[in-house]
Write a protein that binds this ligand. Sequence first.
Ligand SMILES: [Zn+2]
Length: 218
Amino acid sequence: MTASGRVIPMVESHPVGGDGSARRVLLIGGTHGDEYASVSIVFKWLQLERRPGIHWRIVPLLNPDGLLRRQSRRVNARGVDLNRNLPTPNWKQESEHYWIQRTGRDPRRYPGPAAASEPETRWLMKEIDTFRPDVIVSVHAHYASFVYDGPGSAPHRLGNLRRRQLWKYPGSLGAYAGRHLGIPVLTLELPWAGILPDARATQRIWDDLQHWLSRNPT
Ligand SMILES: [Zn+2]
């Protein structure tokens, strides 16, 4: 449940056949409610063929309260940036410092009153704890790139998204799961928040992602 009582939708896709060694992958869209393409592309991928050997839990929209407003916005119903609210070490000190010093108290990047103060954050933490994913893939927009956090090795390519290093944000999923819990986190940044990649580009990212997932054991 979200802060306003909405359900966070989740689709589970069990691997076909297999010997129980399937890789568990948690795929998340819509952490930021105004990044429409990050929600739509997850629904597009749900319609495409899934490779055997992967056990998916797919969350197309982590932040329904942010999206389903008259005017969609990045933060949740309580005005918190869900990608800054996860309990990374020294969260209080680092997230406040970051928010005040680097963003000038940007309300779109408010990390929250405390680590894991938000129901969506706690829902996600519980999901990670119970599902124990081998890899987490989180979709955002709009830097046309991808970032890799955690152990193992990053994909060489994902369609036309290029690999890049981002700032290490306190309270982000990459910092929390990737560096703190040691679960590889792949953060995709689509080219635009409001325009989906075309069908071919959507397919290519999906193919490259699944290719990497099925070849990269952790
Ligand atoms: Zn985002």
